[in-house]
Design a protein around this ligand. Structure first.
Ligand code: GRF
Length: 217
């Protein structure tokens, strides 16, 4: 049985598209059942519809600081669609600890840095200011703390001297589109397990599958 996945977006949805594309493969262990946006104007909504995936908008703005109110509507949509796994893909609304705990081990996020380095805003600018020679992207299980949680998979890219936040972001985005589908495949096929705060390969699974290392070109 394929795992039923909801993707939560707020914007352009390029990671969403990569997940939808991967899930078209017949042997992919998950199906994208619905894309939910907290912004009606999110570009990703059109892309999802064009791909034949159901969409739903739950505007978060009218809820203001009423997180519980927003999340009650969100949770009821997830229940209604019988969702097993949630993928955050550029979802810009903070979720309450209660909601996150409820989905612990079943909710994934992607962040454009090699966590735990550079959480939060402008991770590519942070990487350039720190002068690191390698950066990349991380898929992790979501915990109440922002951009933290058991790391499922990472992909690295070389940082160039002439990089700007934009050029680095573009290179990292390409690797995001590779690791997010792979990470979802690992979770949906039970190839990973949680051991305390760590994510490990299950017996017999290939533990090297969780790393893409950089080609310096
Ligand atoms: C990506 O860089 C992702 O890592 C971050 O937000 C951005 C979303 O981009 N969390 P997209 O909407 O998937 O194109």
């Amino acid at each position: 049985m394929k795992r039923r996945v909801a993707i939560l977006i707020s914007g352009r949805g390029s990671n969403m598209s990569a997940l939808i594309e991967a899930a078209r493969e017949r042997d992919f262990p998950a199906e994208i059942v619905v894309v939910i946006s907290n912004r009606s104007g999110a570009l990703g909504l059109d892309k999802a519809r064009a791909s034949g995936v159901a969409t739903l908008t739950i505007e978060s703005k009218p809820f203001g600081k009423d997180r519980a109110g927003f999340e009650a509507v969100l949770q009821s949509a997830l229940t209604q669609h019988k969702i097993d796994l949630v993928c955050l893909a550029g979802f810009m609304r903070l979720l309450s600890a209660e909601f996150v705990q409820r989905w612990y081990g079943k909710m994934l996020n992607i962040h454009p840095s090699l966590l735990p380095s550079f959480p939060g805003l402008d991770p590519q600018g942070q990487a350039l200011r720190a002068g690191v020679k390698i950066s990349g992207a991380t898929v992790h299980f979501v915990i109440p703390e922002t951009d933290a949680g058991p790391i499922l998979m990472q992909g690295a890219v070389a940082v160039r001297d002439d990089d700007t936040p934009e050029t680095l972001a573009a290179r990292i985005l390409k690797i995001e589109h590779r690791i997010y589908p792979t990470a979802l495949r690992l979770v949906a096929s039970d190839k990973v397990r949680l051991e305390g705060d760590l994510c490990k390969a299950t017996d017999g699974a290939d533990s090297d599958a969780v790393l893409i290392s950089p080609a310096v070109t």
